[in-house]
Ligand binder design. Structure first.
Ligand SMILES: Nc1ncnc2c1ncn2[C@@H]1O[C@H](COP(=O)(O)OP(=O)(O)O)[C@@H](O)[C@H]1O
Ligand SMILES: [Mg+2]
Length: 263
């Protein structure tokens, strides 16, 4: 089986709390895979561990057959993995173009050291980053906003800018933490279109999303967690009809039934 991502026994303990508990999941190549679950169920923590933003307590993560757990975030990025954050991490006083250029430098850790070694090479690098930024801006339909300061833009365009920054380094796999949160319905429709375009152009997507319309309409496969444990996985249709999932989302009737699926 051709998996782009294999997660085995992933666990995160924060002092007394097990936020992610022995989680196993496999993501097939060329899919949009969503991770859903109630608030506080461990979704962001899972992504943070997979992308190297947070140390793992135990478990392994493999990307295209190669173990990447234990690598720092920039090394994970260099493998071809991009991400966005649950809370926008843009430089709000900088322009759209500048934010994208920073995305390239911060992910690849070039720029500063290159500047010390060779200012001429750094200038050439800067030019390349700007050209790439303008290419991505055009791709996302943000041409008119390229010189706007980010904080002056509507939220939907800020989210697109963040997406743009995450694709500056040509990732093969992109993690998106609640990309549609806070968007109004028309911004959401536009954002979904852009995500589908990004996917069609070859980037596999791993998505955390609360809006069930978004999840059910664009996912090929869904993993559901509660209290850090996997409680179900399957196609959107299978998940919609899964009683454990329905119960977990309804909340008060939920009782842990030990129905977790194995690795
Ligand atoms: N840095 C941290 N230190 C301590 N507890 C944390 C930390 N990050 C997350 N948690 C806790 O871990 C659990 C899972 O959080 P999170 O992964 O953010 O959930 P989700 O993204 O599903 O809403 C929550 O109980 C949260 O309070
Ligand atoms: Mg979260």
């Amino acid at each position: 089986m051709d998996y782009i991502l294999e997660v085995k026994g992933l666990t995160k303990k924060f002092s007394g709390l097990t936020a992610v508990d022995d989680l196993c999941l496999n993501m097939k190549k060329r899919t949009i895979h969503s991770l859903i679950g109630p608030n506080g169920s461990g979704k962001s923590t899972t992504i943070n561990m997979i992308t190297g933003a947070l140390p793992i307590t135990s478990g392994t993560v493999s990307y295209s057959g190669e173990v990447i757990s234990g690598l720092p975030m920039h090394a994970v990025a260099l493998k071809g993995i991009g991400r966005t954050f649950q809370n926008l991490k843009l430089f709000s006083s900088m322009t759209v173009t500048e934010n994208l250029m920073v995305g390239m430098h911060s992910q690849l850790k070039v720029g500063f050291f290159q500047f010390l070694a060779s200012p001429k090479a750094a200038a050439a690098e800067e030019k390349k980053a700007r050209e790439k930024a303008l290419e991505v801006i055009h791709y996302l339909g943000l041409d008119q906003q390229k010189d706007e300061v980010v904080k002056n833009l509507p939220y939907g365009q800020q989210k697109l800018t963040e997406l743009g920054r995450s694709i500056m380094t040509n990732p093969k796999l992109l993690f998106l933490d609640e990309p549609a949160a806070g968007l109004n319905p028309s911004e959401r429709v536009k954002f979904i279109d852009v995500l589908l375009k990004v996917f069609a152009d070859g980037i596999d997507l791993f998505l955390i999303e609360h809006n069930m319309d978004v999840v059910m309409s664009i996912s090929n496969y869904i993993t559901v967690i509660n209290f850090g444990k996997k409680i179900a996985e399957g196609t959107p249709k299978e998940i919609q009809n899964n009683e454990d999932v329905i119960t977990a989302y309804l909340g008060d009737k939920y009782k842990r039934k030990g129905g977790e699926t194995a690795c």
